[in-house]
Design a protein around this ligand. Structure first.
Ligand SMILES: OB(O)c1ccc2cc[nH]c2c1
Length: 242
């Protein structure tokens, strides 16, 4: 997979080259290119924004600059791309979104700032490629860069070879529609708190049942919406008895 990010703050994306994802890039498991939007300005001030039509606070990012930038970035590789535009007004980005995007050959992320990008940039792009306007949560950031860090990590960790143990991704929170339950490691007792007996029993069936019950309990407590959204056949008789 190739990932391109267009932004006026390229330095914001430096964390992509750290740790697990940085190693995946070095191993060639994923390609990442970050582009400075201002490279496609032509005025001395390198202007990327202008006042909004209809008035109102703030500034809107200029369509001409974005259009030239996306044309150039898309032309740099022949692989078909999905354009992703982070915005508080977007559809929710979920684990299922990350799983779907992990199958893409190329993702191009457009990081807005100010009051966002002129809508015509999205509308014009949508005529020639898949475009997703997505939100990572019901709060407002100052720009799209942090949202891109979140989404790139969520997607890249699902790519073959990126996680040391692929089973981890299969047992993620949300992978089965439930939140993950609690995890424990040594020491056996810490500040007077002990590890649940069942986890030391060696009884794999009982351990699996206990973990499932803790996941159901935590999901019911913290995210009842996820429990309500489970397909009818997702819970077996033992789950229902819980
Ligand atoms: O909260 B967000 O995900 C987000 C995304 C993009 C822009 C652009 C300006 N503010 C933004 C906020």
């Amino acid at each position: 997979m190739r990932i391109d990010v267009v932004t006026i703050f390229p330095g914001y994306l430096a964390p992509l080259r750290e740790a697990l994802l940085g190693r995946a890039i070095e191993a060639g498991l994923v390609e990442v290119a970050v582009h400075d939007l201002r490279d496609w300005t032509h005025d001395v001030h390198q202007a990327v924004d202008d006042a909004p039509y209809g008035g109102g606070p703030g500034m809107v990012m200029k369509p001409q600059v974005w259009g030239e930038a996306l044309d150039a970035v898309l032309a740099a590789d022949e692989r078909p791309a999905r354009l992703v535009v982070p915005t508080p007004a977007g559809r929710p980005f979920r684990q299922s979104t990350a799983q779907a995007w992990a199958g893409e050959q190329r993702l191009v992320f457009a990081c807005g700032r100010y009051e966002g990008i002129d809508q015509r940039v999205v509308d014009e792009a949508a005529a020639r490629m898949p475009v997703d306007e997505v939100s990572i949560g019901d709060y407002v950031l100052v720009g799209g860069e942090v949202a891109v860090l979140v989404m790139v990590e969520a997607v890249a960790r699902l790519l073959p070879g990126v996680l040391g143990n692929p089973v981890s991704a299969e047992q993620d929170s949300f992978s089965d529609g439930l939140l993950e339950g609690p995890a424990y490691t040594r020491p056996l007792t810490w500040r007077g708190l002990s590890v649940p007996e069942v986890l030391r029993s060696g009884h794999h069936g009982a351990i699996a049942r206990w973990r499932r019950d803790r996941a159901l309990e935590r999901t019911a407590d913290r995210r009842p919406d996820l429990l309500a959204a489970l397909p009818a056949d997702a819970l077996d008789a033992a789950d229902r008895a819980f």
